[in-house]
Design a protein around this ligand. Structure first.
Ligand code: SAM
Length: 187
């Protein structure tokens, strides 16, 4: 495929749209500046009070940026149904209610754009989070992971995610990878 797009996340959003439905519960495991949180909110929000967006990030700055973006973009009903948590995504199972039918768990790994580049997602907690996401997801749901390799630890994390997905049972999961062919994979 050759997409007329500029960002990897835009391609991820296109995939989400084919899986997520109005009224769904979804999780943004790495809120950052809130752009993905907002995109998924727009996919699930309807007039009801059924939909839920759970957002997680370990950085206070990230959650503040996400809150500001949501404040300027959402109506009061939508705002009410977004729940943000300042915790590691490996703990998503503690904050998302057990009876939630979560259809999308999205990860946009790496560091906070515009923030401290030394604070990044880490292979160990990313793998724990992927295990947690597997347990939370409804059948037919999607775990979306955008991985960057250009920062320290990025390559290791990419390989860890690849190994995790490659090892999932073919009876229960279909694991696919999009790779950007016009950018170097490893710098
Ligand atoms: N989705 C974001 C957006 O639309 O702006 C961008 C996410 S940014 C690439 C990665 C984020 O992951 C950072 O904000 C960082 O603080 C967060 N992060 C790092 N480790 C984390 C962890 N263990 N649990 C949750 N978030 C984490």
């Amino acid at each position: 495929y050759i997409f007329g797009k500029k960002k990897a996340t835009e391609v991820a959003h296109l995939v989400w749209k084919h899986v997520v439905q109005k009224g769904d519960a979804v999780i943004d495991a790495t809120c950052g500046n809130g752009y993905d949180t907002l995109a998924m909110l727009k996919m699930v929000a309807d007039e009801s009070d059924r939909f839920r967006v759970y957002g997680l990030d370990i950085q206070k700055d990230a959650l503040e940026n996400t809150t500001s973006l949501l404040d300027e973009s959402l109506n009061p009903n939508e705002k009410e149904l977004v729940k943000l948590f300042a915790i590691c995504h490996s703990r998503m199972g503690e904050v998302v209610p057990k009876d939630s039918s979560v259809r999308l768990v999205a990860f946009n790994l790496g560091y906070l754009p515009g923030g401290d580049k030394a604070i990044t997602t880490m292979s160990e907690t990313t793998l724990l989070s992927l295990e947690a996401a597997k347990k939370i997801l409804v059948p037919g749901g999607l775990i979306s992971i955008v991985v960057y390799v250009g920062h320290p630890g990025g390559r290791e994390e990419f390989e860890a995610v690849q190994a995790f997905a490659s090892g999932l049972s073919v009876e229960s999961w279909i694991c696919c990878e999009f790779q950007m062919l016009n950018r170097p994979l490893f710098i």
